[in-house]
Design a protein around this ligand. Structure first.
Ligand code: PMP
Ligand code: GLN
Length: 390
């Protein structure tokens, strides 16, 4: 039998996160690759989900999300980011990944161009391609990863329909400034573009800088799709509860795509997230402080061992420049050797680039781990560096 596959999937590599987590399991390595905390998430949240599972409905919830969660998302963003949203602006999805897929499917027509900023989260390009879109890449440069507004504007053609903005940005840890975002908002309005804003890292903040959502900037509500993820807000990445916020007319059409992707998301998880979104701001601040402490442990430990660490402002991630750390190896080679011989998994930044061969020799580490684990990882990475340094 000659089975034919769709080449846009059969030619795809397996995502680097799965590959590195698999290698970490095989080699019993410390996994600083795929982004997830090594804790179970807040007990209170898990209890709410348990209660919902035992006493709530286990049948299909409404397609757009349970009313309590749609209202809670709107209220949460009003309280934390000053956004003006109603439950009709909110669609609940199975993670941010589904929110992205549904947004591309609903907003793009074949041949539409979409601006993507490299290093880009690995799901964007394949999902845009499946929706018939054509990704046009603008590459941000280390160490500051500034939004290259002039380059973005120069890449716009009469086919450009949208831009994907990941803010705060995985893998760079960059949180874009209000000035950069205002510049981008002007470009979107001047060229009639939709901004698809992946803001899953909005609460994982490492500095006092507040999160600015493009959605809240003047003139942007009508052309912005804001995507969030409870997995990141509450450190429960396996839950896959995401949300889309957009003008009701836009949200409704994205909902039409969502209805044939997953249709719904488990009701007990939705109900638990609805409650947790209303927790005090102090809870969110404390959570962020925990990540800040972990970031500083890994950052200072690696710096003491001669690693060149790039600055992160948000996310679970920190980048190391291998070349400036005295290691003359391609990032993938380093990562394979680190996991196989030194017992630490990391992610090579090349996996986030359209042209991996042009990526800088940088690796990404996830610091959302217990202090003892981070200290063990520092020792192992230091050993790797000593063996490889030129
Ligand atoms: N976007 C970005 C930038 C991410 O880093 C991730 C996962 N960490 C996702 C989307 C996917 O989120 P979810 O697990 O909610 O699908
Ligand atoms: N977003 C996570 C990361 O960047 C991984 C998500 C996944 O494995 N699909 O590490």
């Amino acid at each position: 039998m000659s089975l034919r596959f769709n080449s846009s999937f059969s030619d795809l590599p397996t995502t680097i996160f799965e590959v590195m987590s698999g290698l970490a399991r095989t080699h019993k390595a410390i996994n600083l690759g795929q982004g997830f905390p090594d804790s179970q998430g807040p007990e209170a949240l898990r209890r709410l989900a348990c209660d919902g599972l035992m006493t709530g409905s286990n049948q299909y919830p409404p397609m757009l999300g349970i009313p309590a969660l749609r209202a809670a998302v709107a209220d949460h963003y009003a309280a934390h980011q000053g956004l003006v949203l109603s439950p009709d602006h909110v669609l609940v999805t199975s993670g941010a990944t589904e929110a992205l897929a549904a947004s591309f499917l609903a907003l793009l027509s074949p041949g539409d161009e979409v601006i993507v900023l490299d290093p880009a989260y690995d799901a964007y390009r394949p999902l845009i391609a499946r929706a018939g879109g054509i990704a046009k890449t603008i590459t941000l440069r280390p160490p500051h990863w500034h939004l290259e507004l002039a380059e973005i504007e120069a890449a716009i053609t009469n086919k450009t329909r949208a831009i994907v903005l990941n803010n705060p940005m995985n893998p760079t840890g960059r949180s874009f400034s209000r000035a950069e975002l205002m510049g981008l908002a002007n470009i979107c309005q001047d060229h009639d573009l939709v901004a698809i804003c992946d803001e899953v890292w909005e609460h994982v903040r490492l500095t006092d800088q507040i999160h600015v959502s493009l959605y809240g900037l003047p003139g942007m509500a009508e052309r912005t799709v804001k995507i969030g993820s409870a997995g990141k807000m509450f450190g429960v990445t396996g839950w896959k509860v995401g949300f889309v916020c957009a003008e009701p007319d836009i949200a409704k059409v994205i909902g039409k795509a969502h209805q044939f992707l997953t249709f719904t998301t488990p009701p007990h998880l939705q109900a638990a997230v609805a409650q947790a979104l209303g927790w005090d701001k102090a809870w969110y601040d404390e959570e962020a402080q925990g990540y800040q402490a972990a970031y500083h442990v890994l950052r200072s430990g690696l710096q003491e061992q001669g690693f060149h660490v790039l600055n992160s402002e948000a996310t679970y991630f920190m980048c190391l420049d291998l070349q400036q750390s005295g290691i003359d190896r391609p990032a993938l080679e380093f990562c394979l050797e680190a996991v196989e011989s030194y017992g630490v998994a990391a992610i090579p930044l090349q996996s986030f680039y359209e042209k991996p061969e042009e990526a800088p020799p940088i690796i990404r580490l996830c610091f959302a781990k217990q202090e003892a684990v981070l200290r063990d990882a520092i020792g192992r990475l230091a050993q790797a560096r000593r063996a490889m340094v030129t």
